[in-house]
Design a protein around this ligand. Structure first.
Ligand code: SF4
Length: 349
């Protein structure tokens, strides 16, 4: 192994040089040889490779299972393997570890964070709870294990409304961390005692209502698939309410819900408002439909840190392992389990 000291470091693992720079590990192309080695190493390690819908197409194609965060965490808990290689962002690998404490969980690059999960820390949540000591805390799954450990009920975008509706109407609710999903929940439940943390995902927030309105008017026959974390989710409902877009064309969906809707749509074209990696699975699910991004710059840099080089390094070196302290994991597991018991948790991001 050799490590250089310039801005980009390099690591030689056997015959391959992997570079490590600000965007993550690079230097490996997703060739057929790469695919053969990845699968052979996974077999040798008795590892299952899971890939989130926002991963690079090469990573999605090599994975044993592709899906959204909650579906993948459930698969992680069910599969009969010693190791889980979670190709996604760090909080997702943590959730897999929370639900599968006896398995070794790894992420190919532990620096793959999430701007939404980072928008509230455990200390900030403790301080917020102190202001509302009787409130029920509802957290979207895009949160760290520590924040989940301070949460009463987790939710996904599919069951966020059901989760909040299941809480005694007289109890205050602290909803975090996503302000757009929180606004959607508040509107749908009609409750005025839901307090919303002002967090956001910089990728989804960048998909705005003006862009959506432009695209909707230039593609009048297209369906609109919108993830509720998008800055445009409110605009989409507004446009539908104003009659600018037929209401039946606007579908607010989790990433898993988008795949189901893709298989069922009769539209020839669908405008998709979420991270662009989702287009790969949608096009595979319904090859006859023309899926177009509302904003083709909506690419999550953290998701894209899981490169072919990072995956190879992970499998060759057994890094980076994800650990969650047992007491935090136990508390977090309770809030995740409550989420699974209420409504249809669908699949999260
Ligand atoms: S797309 Fe947004 S919410 Fe999803 S992982 Fe990236 S930063 Fe986080």
């Amino acid at each position: 192994m050799s490590i250089t000291t310039d801005a980009r470091t390099s690591v030689d693992i056997n015959d391959v040089t992997i570079f490590d720079g600000p965007g993550g590990y690079t230097g490996v192309e997703p060739t057929a040889e790469w695919a053969d080695e990845v699968l052979a190493l996974a077999k040798q390690r008795n590892a299952t490779i899971l890939a989130h819908n926002y991963q690079l197409p090469a990573i999605q194609d090599i994975a044993h299972h592709v899906g959204d965060s909650l579906a993948l965490s459930r698969i992680a808990a069910e599969v009969d393997s010693d190791e889980i290689i979670f190709c996604g962002v760090h909080f997702m690998a943590e959730t897999a570890k929370i639900l599968s404490p006896d398995k070794r969980v790894m992420i190919p690059d532990e620096r793959a964070g999430c701007s939404l999960a980072d928008s509230i820390t455990a200390d900030e949540l403790r301080a917020w709870k102190a202001e509302y000591p009787d409130a029920v805390v509802v957290s979207y799954v895009n949160t760290t294990a520590e924040v989940k450990g301070l949460t009463d009920i987790c939710c996904t975008s599919s069951n966020a409304v059901d989760v909040v509706a299941s809480i005694d109407p007289d109890r205050e609710v602290l909803f975090l961390p996503d302000q757009f999903l929180g606004a959607h929940v508040k509107r749908e439940t009609g409750r005025d005692n839901v307090y919303i943390w002002a967090g956001e995902c910089h990728v989804h927030a960048g998909i705005n209502g003006d862009e959506l309105a432009d695209q909707a008017s230039s593609h009048p026959d297209a369906d609109l698939f919108i993830h509720p974390e998008c800055g445009c989710a409110t605009s989409a409902l507004y446009l539908a309410g104003e009659g600018a877009v037929p209401a039946d064309k606007v579908k607010i969906l989790s990433t898993g819900g988008m795949l189901d809707a893709a298989r069922e749509t009769r539209a020839k074209q669908v405008l998709v408002a979420t991270e662009v990696g989702m287009l790969h699975q949608l096009r595979k699910a319904a090859p006859g439909v023309d899926f177009q991004a509302v904003n083709d710059r909506a690419s999550c840099p953290y998701m894209k840190m899981i490169t072919p080089a990072a995956l190879l390094r992970c499998l060759r070196e057994g890094k980076d392992e994800v650990d969650v302290a047992p007491d935090v994991a136990e508390r977090a597991r309770k809030s995740v389990q409550r989420m699974i018991e209420i409504g249809n948790p669908g699949s999260g991001e």
